[in-house]
Design a protein around this ligand. Sequence first.
Ligand code: EPU
Length: 337
Amino acid sequence: MITTYIDHPLRERNSFHVEEQAARIIEFDAAADLDSIFAEGNAPGKWAVLGGGNNILFTKQYDGTLIHPIGKRIERLNDDSESACVRVDAGVEWDDFVQWCVERDLWGAENLSLIPGSVGAAPVQNIGAYGAEAKDIIHTVHYFDTVQREHLSLSNEECHFGYRDSIFKGELRGRAIITAVDFTLSTVASPSLRYGDVQQQVEERGGATLKNIREAVCSIRQTKLPDTNVLGNAGSFFKNPIVPCTVAEELKAKYENMPIYPTSDEAFRKLAAGWLIDQSGLKGQRMGNVGVHDRQALVLVNHGGATGGEVMALARYVQEQVKEKFGIEIEAEVNIW
Ligand code: EPU
């Protein structure tokens, strides 16, 4: 089913709740609907995909067509002795999928509990939290190629997943519309508790069951991250910067409490943008209608009535302050439109 909205407000369709509009929004349910939406001679000119709007900052009216998947099917495809393959529509809320897995004793998604957004958005930025990433459980991504007008699939390897990155942010940007994702979940208990806070909270709940891990992760997120229904935000506004080892070591010599994480490349380290912003004295600061969250400095918030431009002005200020104090450039993780 296809539903079209003209000159439609975006306030309830973006988690920052900024007041902007889209010239047109088209909702589609089944992948096959895209054949008619993109039929020859009829295809929208300027378009983009809007999922749950949880990782987007609208800074102006969107003068094209936003394509929004609403399909909500979750289908168990097949099981072998240790795993199950599940196909999930792009329009399913990510956390509903995690809950679905936990209820069926399927392991792999639990550390990613309560991440806001839709399943279709998960592969794009390879969402991650508490030592897990979507790429660890993604088997295949199904998408509609708007140039070839064909329904195609990519294996995990072909998606070129990286830290908050994939082929959908690169080569296939502006071309692919993700319609469904196949996940491989484990039917055998495989807890991943490397992340300190999670381990401790799971133990307090009586051990590493799926339910306990999900509850622990939800509780940690709820204490650190603001509820988007109360305080508009888009989760981490910035990426954690990846810097050469030498830069990380120089900073560590000066700031011995500074967190440093390894990366897949020996020559580079990941720093915590939240720590850098916090240490720049910005945590909890307010600038008109916008501010830096008082419990997690990586999150910028809309205190009410903010425009995208106001959020951007604050983001630039934060970037400048961190650059001035640490010489490090932090990059937005949120998509700016
Ligand atoms: N820190 C501070 N002050 C702050 C925030 C953080 O000192 O205000 C320090 C923490 O104490 C810790 C380090 O910075 O030593 C890292 O902080 P945290 O563990 O809270 O995680 P993060 O690196 O800030 C990343 C993801 C989050 C994810 C968490 C948990 C990115 C950009 N963000 O945040 O993802 O939930 O790890 O795994 O990688 C999101 O992408 O929207 C998101 C929320």
